[in-house]
Design a protein around this ligand. Structure first.
Ligand code: CA
Length: 532
């Protein structure tokens, strides 16, 4: 009798254990480069449609407050791989090289018996590690005929990059070891600059006239010098290649058919440009319209790709046990403040889209406003897979939030730090703290200016109220919180240069290659000052 009871208990525990092992969820992480949340239907876009992204949001959870820790491509990828801030994982700017020997969440999943694959944009310079299968773009990668690196060997593809990345992801899914749970990271180049569209998607947008964001004609008054001295405006920074007045740099690698398609899309641009080129306001609007047509076309191709991947999971009856995530590396400006690009701690680039579908765990149609971050994703995937989260990771698993059980001690503020200066787009180094209502930002390097944004009274982020005495107590509290976070996160002392390269001769001598850009930007800044 006792022996029988023991056997039953033993048998049951074996069944439960085996059952738990089988239930480990698969993870499909679909990731884009520079996708603005404000151009997703589910996030309220008034410019385009994204049915497959919207479906993920309707069947899962949409995070409205997913903040990045450092709004720039490579560094965001390193944060996701490691669950650590840039100053800890070592990849602070796009000029760094990722230390690929360090701990990453795919390596930990691999050790726990997951099959891991990455397809598309890696962008961490060093070789891919942590994946059983990798087929990645070389550097930024082009929109057509991408050379790729398959498990360390260079291979060539002919076709459209977004479709190739989707096809390779599907091929891997079909051929994987079906006895193991898997992680698939499908990482698109799109919709990164220079936004080379594909014709059938371009056809959707070519005749549209897009609404202008409220802050399209921001004159940068009442902000810091950092806003005044950036180089990322639609009016001044977009190039003839961006605007398709010139053929792309990859022209010689394109097939005759691709060239004919490209000409078909863009042959009218020069004539349009001639009509508006002497009227600055009309020219700026035309540039914005071109930018939107191309950018949104690239997003439409990604949206189709999501549909194909989800359909495969559904057809193979994998969808119920697969966490499907859609995110971008960071947000992007689509005309807000007159800008494109990212880097600043203002909403459009500080926040990134995050959609998670997880059947049976996430209540369909959930909208979450908590402060979450890309530094939480590694921890989330590990916990979902039942793998212990290492103590040295700096984010926190979103699994309780996904299941509707927000921990009582969830974070109420987030630390931010951008490092890439002087470099393309000339956004100055800054760190800051965000607490859901305020952003306290410190441009610490060459201008040493503080900025306080009160999102409750200034949701478009147009006024620096740092000198307003009514905020004195808030500023004191936020400064303390900034210091507290920096201690917890082990942020090293700031590297301060103190000289402004736009105006300091000695600083310019150190980087003679930047001279033409600096002279051009200085003239632009003088013009901006006149408009304030
Ligand atoms: Ca990016």
């Amino acid at each position: 009798m006792r022996k029988a009871a023991f056997f039953v208990v033993f048998f049951l525990s074996t069944v439960v254990f085996a059952g738990a092992a089988e239930q480990r969820p698969n993870i499909v992480f679909i990731f884009t480069d520079d996708h603005a949340y404000q151009t997703i239907g589910a996030y309220g876009s008034n410019r385009n449609e994204t049915p497959n992204m919207d479906k993920l949001a309707a069947e899962g959870i949409r995070f409205t407050n997913c903040c990045v820790t450092n709004s720039i491509c490579g560094p965001c990828r390193a944060v996701i791989q490691t669950g650590k801030y840039s100053h800890i994982n070592g990849f602070k700017t796009n000029n760094d090289t990722f230390d690929n020997t360090q701990q990453t969440f795919p390596k930990l999943l691999q050790k726990a018996g997951y099959q891991t694959a990455i397809v598309g944009k890696w962008h961490l310079v060093s070789e891919v590690t942590g994946f059983d299968y990798s087929e990645v773009l070389v550097g930024q990668g082009p929109y057509y005929n991408p050379p790729m690196i398959r498990n360390g060997e260079r291979v060539k593809h002919t076709g459209r990059t977004t479709e190739i990345i989707t096809g390779l992801s599907l091929d891997w899914l079909k051929n994987r070891d079906k006895n193991k749970p898997f992680l698939l990271m499908t990482q698109h180049k799109a919709p990164h600059r220079e936004w080379d569209a594909y014709p059938e998607y371009y056809a959707k947008y070519k005749d549209r006239v897009f609404l202008y964001p409220k802050t399209f004609n921001d004159n940068y008054a009442n902000r810091t010098q950092a806003v005044l001295e950036q180089d990322m405006t639609i009016a001044e920074t977009l190039t003839p290649i961006d605007l398709k007045l010139k053929t792309p740099n990859i022209w010689n690698t394109m097939t005759d058919e691709q060239k004919a398609e490209w000409r078909g899309m863009y042959s009218g641009r020069q004539a349009e440009f001639e009509k508006v080129k002497d009227d600055p306001a009309a020219l700026k609007q035309w540039k914005y319209q071109c930018y939107m047509k191309d950018y949104l076309s690239c997003i439409a191709a990604v949206d189709d790709s999501i549909g194909k991947l989800v359909k495969y999971l559904e057809d193979e009856k994998l969808l119920d046990n697969t966490i499907v995530v859609y995110a971008s590396d960071q947000g992007f400006y689509t005309g807000e403040h007159g800008w494109f690009d990212k880097r600043f701690m203002y909403n459009e680039s500080f926040k990134t889209p995050l959609l998670v579908r997880w059947a049976g765990k996430v209540k369909p149609g959930t909208v979450n406003n908590d402060i979450v971050s890309n530094v939480d994703l590694a921890e989330t995937f590990l916990e979902a897979a039942g793998v212990p989260v290492p103590a040295d990771m700096q984010g926190r698993s979103l699994v309780p939030i996904l299941q509707g059980n927000k921990p009582a001690d969830w974070r109420t503020s987030l630390y931010y730090h951008y490092y890439e200066y002087p470099a393309v787009h000339y956004v100055k180094k800054h760190e800051g703290i965000y607490d859901g209502r305020f952003k306290l930002i410190h441009y610490y390097d060459d201008i040493d200016e503080w900025e306080l944004i009160d999102l409750q009274t200034d949701p478009d982020e147009l006024r620096n109220v740092i000198a307003d005495p009514k905020y004195a107590a808030d500023i004191e509290r936020l400064k303390k919180e900034l210091e507290r976070q920096k201690t917890v996160l082990k942020v090293p002392p700031l590297e301060v240069n103190t000289k402004n390269i736009l105006y300091d001769k000695e600083e310019q001598e150190k980087r003679p290659q930047l001279k033409p850009q600096i002279e051009r930007l200085r003239k632009i800044v003088e013009e901006r000052k006149k408009r304030i």
